[in-house]
Every structure is written in C-alpha cells, then in structure tokens.
Write a protein that binds this ligand. Sequence first.
Ligand SMILES: Nc1ncnc2c1ncn2[C@@H]1O[C@H](COP(=O)(O)OP(=O)(O)OP(=O)(O)O)[C@@H](O)[C@H]1O
Ligand SMILES: [Mg+2]
Length: 353
Amino acid sequence: MSEEKSQLLLNSTGEAIYGVDLDGECIFANKTCVKMLGYRDEQDLLGRNMHNLIHHSRADGTRYPLEECIIHQAITTGKGIHLDDDVFWIADGSSFSVECSSYPINREGLNIGSVVSFSDITERKNRDRELIESREHMRNLAKRLQEIREEERTLIAREIHDELGQTLTGLKMDLFWLSGRLPKNWKHLPRRAQEMISLIDSTINFVRKLSTELRPSMLDDLGLKAAIEWQVQEFAQRTRCKYRLDLKIRDFSPDSDRDTAIFRILQESLTNIARHAKADYVEISMNEIDSQLLLTIKDNGIGIDKEKINSSSLGLISMRERAGTFGGEFSIRALAEGGSQVTLNIPYSRGIT
Ligand SMILES: Nc1ncnc2c1ncn2[C@@H]1O[C@H](COP(=O)(O)OP(=O)(O)OP(=O)(O)O)[C@@H](O)[C@H]1O
Ligand SMILES: [Mg+2]
C-alpha cells in the first residue's frame, strides 16, 4: 500500500492510533489521536517520548516511571498487550480513562517499534459507576424496607399481644365472676356463660398464635436456635411433614438483624415447601464452617423448575437480598435424587457470649 493510502486510512478511522519506535518516541499519529490528546497537529507529537507526554502519571496523579510502564515494556520486548482500564494525560493537563492495545511493528522480521491504539472509556466507566451506585442504592432500599417491615410486625405483634390479649383476659375474668353470681334457677345462663368463656379462651390462643407468627418473641428472648426449633415444629404440625433438624451451632453472639434475616429465610423456605414442593420429608441443618453459618433446607418434593430459580419471583429475590445485606449468599436448586435444596451462607464473627 502506498504511503498516501495508508495515511488516508489512518486518518479516516475513528480510533486513535499512534506509532512509536523502540525508545517510545512517536513516529506517527493519526488525526483522531492528535485531537483526543488535545494537540493541533501530528507535528506536536512526532519525536516526543509518548510515555513522558501522555502516560507520565497514574490515575491517582502519582508519578508513573517509564521503567514500570507496561506499555513501554511491551514496546521494547516486541510483545502485544491490551489494557482495558488505563489513564492518558492530555495537552491541557487533564486526563481521561482509556482502553488501549499495543502491538509490535515488524519490518523484514525485525521489531522496530509498536502501534498503540486507544479509545476513551470515560462514558462507559461513568455508566458502570452509575450502575454500581444504583445497585447499591437498591440494596440499601431493600434493606430499609425489610427493616421497616420487621419493625412494623414487631409493633403490631406487641399491640395485639398486649392490648387485645389483656382485654380478652380481663373480659374472661369478669365473665367468670359474673357466671358465679347467676341465680341457679336461670337454667340456660350458666351454660351459655361457660360457652362464652371457652370462646374467649380460644380467641386468646388465636391472638397468641397470631402475634407469635408476626414476630416470634423467642427470636428476641431465646435466640435464633429456639426460634428455628419452634418454627420447624410449627411447620411439621401444619403440613404433617416428617423432619430432621440438626442445629450444630454453638453459642455465638446474637445479632438481631442478621438472626432475623436467617429466620425469615428459613420461614419463607418452609412456606415454599408447604405451598409448592409436595414433600413429606424435610431436613434442616445448620453448621458453622470457618466463621460462616451454613443453613441448608432439603425437601423430597417435586423439585424446583430451572427457570423459576432465576426468575424475578419476590420470595426468592427477598431471600437473596436478605442474605446479601449481611455479605451472605442464598441459593436454591433441584436435587438429582428429587426435591430441592436451599443453601444459605452467612458470615459471622464469634463474639464473647
Ligand atoms: N421447595 C420448592 N419446591 C418446588 N418448587 C419451589 C420450591 N421453592 C420454590 N419453588 C418454586 O419457585 C417459585 C418461586 O418461589 P417464590 O417464593 O419466589 O414465589 P412464590 O412462593 O410463588 O410466591 P411468594 O412471593 O408469595 O413467595 C415458586 O412459585 C415455585 O414454583
Ligand atoms: Mg414463596
């Protein structure tokens, strides 16, 4: 190809390209390159040491010595390299993020320098950063929502338990007092009073159950282990599922928010088993391995469909988010032998208990 043609080609590409000799001095630069580096003409670059001109400092502004420069090393050793996140400095003293490649130029089998091409990735980096920030934002929002939900449940559970529970108990005592004073010859009244007392009794039991389901007080009073034991028994009674519960956790310092997350994940997993799995046996185990709490819940049901696993289904998303909030991981999969398994890994640090 004639010199003129290659010049034409070089200058009509949107990619910034320059060439250097083995000392790293510029031997050519196309228009895009000159423009992106903030110069007026190729002449401004020719003969200049490109490292010292555009690559003299790192992204944080500290000096980037030539001897340490990866591009320069590739040039002198005749190797090709690709960097997907670097920084070039331009004529006005500012810098921008680049993705760049450097490949050796061979003339008659001899390495005489390199061609470096680069593109501005500022926009891509900004987009990446925005994406990370927005994910972080969503995660914080999800966490806050869960907290609010938990706070509200606790409040409602307490109100129901204290207000409604106390009132009903008061009512029962009054009725008891009243029934003892009814004239004996009022045939049906004592029996009706007795029936009312039984009705109040079962309502008191219902209120107790409702408030416990909203927020098991044992989670706050007796800790995670007791709450899990209670929840699993409750589940087995409701579904007539057989189960094996193996909680190999020694005393570890309670952490109310993390324990609530673990408990809610167990609760949702059991609800899912009751609703979808058609299982009659469940195995729940909790272990500590290297400062990680490992919870697995295995059922012998129909197994979860592959496409359901990563779907945007709320129950699964919320379990994943809850685990993520504490640096943990949640997953669910179908087992080869049938049924499904939920796995939860959550880091914890052993405190003084
Ligand atoms: N143990 C399981 N066995 C079989 N399928 C399951 C199991 N757990 C979950 N699934 C499937 O995964 C789907 C998603 O579960 P997820 O908890 O997200 O939603 P859901 O239970 O249907 O609704 P909700 O939002 O009320 O929890 C379920 O609809 C069900 O098809
Ligand atoms: Mg569910």
